[in-house]
Write a protein that binds this ligand. Structure first.
Ligand code: CA
Ligand code: CA
Ligand code: CA
Ligand code: CA
Length: 128
C-alpha cells in the first residue's frame, strides 16, 4: 500500500515537473494552444490577442504599464479605457467588445497580483 502511494506520488511529481516548464504537449485551458506557446496558459484564449505586445494575452493581462504587477497606475489607465472598445482593457472577449463592468471585475480580481501566467514569457518584467 505504502509503495503504491509512493509510486503514485513519484509519478505525479515526475508528471508535474515538465508541466511547470510548459512543454508544448500540454494544453491546460484546452483552447488549442499548447501551454509553452500560450500567452494565457490558464485562460482559454484561442485568439491569443495581445494588444500591448508583452507576450501576456489580453485575457490575463491587467498590467498595462508593464511594471510587472497590477496596481494603482494600471487602475488609472483602466478608468480611462472604461466604456471604450480599446482591446487592451477588454478582458471579456469574445463575450463583448466594450470595456465594462465584466472587465472591471477581472481587473479587481487581478489587483495586487501579477499578470499571466503566460507560457511564453517566463521571468520577463512585464509578464513574470
Ligand atoms: Ca492552452
Ligand atoms: Ca490560453
Ligand atoms: Ca499584454
Ligand atoms: Ca502595472
Amino acid at each position: 500500500m505504502k509503495l503504491t502511494l509512493l509510486t503514485a506520488t513519484l509519478a505525479l511529481l515526475l508528471w508535474g515537473m515538465p508541466a511547470m516548464a510548459g512543454p508544448p504537449g500540454l494544453d491546460t485551458d484546452l483552447d488549442g494552444v499548447h501551454d509553452g506557446l500560450d500567452n494565457c496558459s490558464t485562460v482559454a484564449n484561442a485568439a491569443q490577442d495581445d494588444t500591448d505586445g508583452d507576450d501576456c494575452g489580453n485575457l490575463c493581462d491587467a498590467n498595462y504599464d508593464q511594471s510587472g504587477t497590477v496596481g494603482f497606475g494600471d487602475f488609472g489607465s483602466f478608468t480611462l479605457g472604461f466604456g471604450t472598445t480599446d482591446e487592451l482593457y477588454n478582458h471579456t472577449e469574445p463575450v463583448d467588445d466594450t470595456v465594462g463592468f465584466g472587465d472591471f471585475g477581472f481587473f479587481t480580481l487581478s489587483f495586487g497580483g501579477t499578470p499571466g501566467p503566460s507560457g511564453t514569457t517566463a521571468g520577463t518584467a512585464a509578464c513574470p
